[in-house]
Design a binder for this molecule. Sequence first.
Ligand SMILES: Nc1ncnc2c1ncn2[C@@H]1O[C@H](COP(=O)(O)OP(=O)(O)OP(=O)(O)O)[C@@H](O)[C@H]1O
Length: 366
Amino acid sequence: MSEATVTTTDQENTPAGPVFAVRNLWKVFGPKAERIPDDTSLHGLSPAELREQTGCTAAVRDVSFEVNKGEVFVVMGLSGSGKSTLVRCLTRLIEPTSGTLAIDGEDVLAMDKARLRELRRHRAAMVFQHFGLLPHRTVLDNVAYGLEIQGVGKAERRAKALEVVKKVGLEGLEQRKPGQLSGGQQQRVGLARALAVDPEVLLFDEPFSALDPLIRRDMQEEVVRLHRDEGRTMVFITHDLSEALKLGDRIALMRDGRVVQVGTPEEIVGSPADDYVRDFVRDVVRADVLSVRSAMRPADADEESRGAAIAPDAKVSEAIEAVARSGFPVRVMDGKRCLGVVDHAGLLAVVAGTGQTAPGKGEVVA
Ligand SMILES: Nc1ncnc2c1ncn2[C@@H]1O[C@H](COP(=O)(O)OP(=O)(O)OP(=O)(O)O)[C@@H](O)[C@H]1O
């Protein structure tokens, strides 16, 4: 999704550098939680051991990562791994226990109440799983709600609400109440409400997990489309690997409060950081995630100038088709430059997981 172009004025005005920079962040629940991050003798304990010894739960343990401008950053992990706590810490809906946290270089932990309110209302809007819609208000008024809180005048909020209602495909339903909408439509209202305030970052907390599979796919496509159109930075929580692979430019995989790997889908699937990640991605159809770069070999002199061509970012599955059709190695072309070729053997090895893996390892952070 990284080819998106940035078009919104707000985003053009924000400084270069990461949107969020998170360093050594901890969130510990329980008695005397503040002592846990500093007590290294406790860091090797499992969650159950830590709970037994201290009565505390380390929901987020020494986590560091950056969210880059314009990317979709997915936080993925099993239930209880700390995803929601981590993402709520980003705007201090949950107060971190220790660590540092900045948005556009500004220290979030030093923000006073007014600045924090501004952060949540204007800069980082959250889309929740349970929509949080106001049942007695129409779709249009629900969408305009965030603007109303901001004190935006009636005519302006109506115009903006109409614009985003259209953007998320709810045109014609403006006067309905939430109870007269399907789950997918309600989720679109939640999305439209977050978009209406034109935030720099959209934070999604498992927004689609309650939706049935077809509507869920529709909504995923909606997010992909929105991102392609606007290039807005998004942080997306999910426990669903296929959703993470579909939406994420990069994925942070969490386990027991730690981030065990941050990487592109290709890096996570092609170069898992440890056995846990390897096991997590075991059933992924590798040919649909890995690019032809991972299966490429240098071209012989006579191969460089003839035969079918494919782009370096094309997926292995596309290359398999191309090789099967032509019966010959296919050139991987970056414009006019031949980077190498892919052939039967290289593609098969990648699919089987025995050959070359992703170009560049995912950043191993724990
Ligand atoms: N307020 C709280 N008090 C004590 N423990 C908490 C609190 N909130 C969360 N936890 C614990 O912190 C850990 C991480 O929870 P969190 O909700 O962040 O996980 P998650 O990955 O988002 O899970 P899910 O996918 O089920 O929502 C869990 O062990 C949870 O029980």
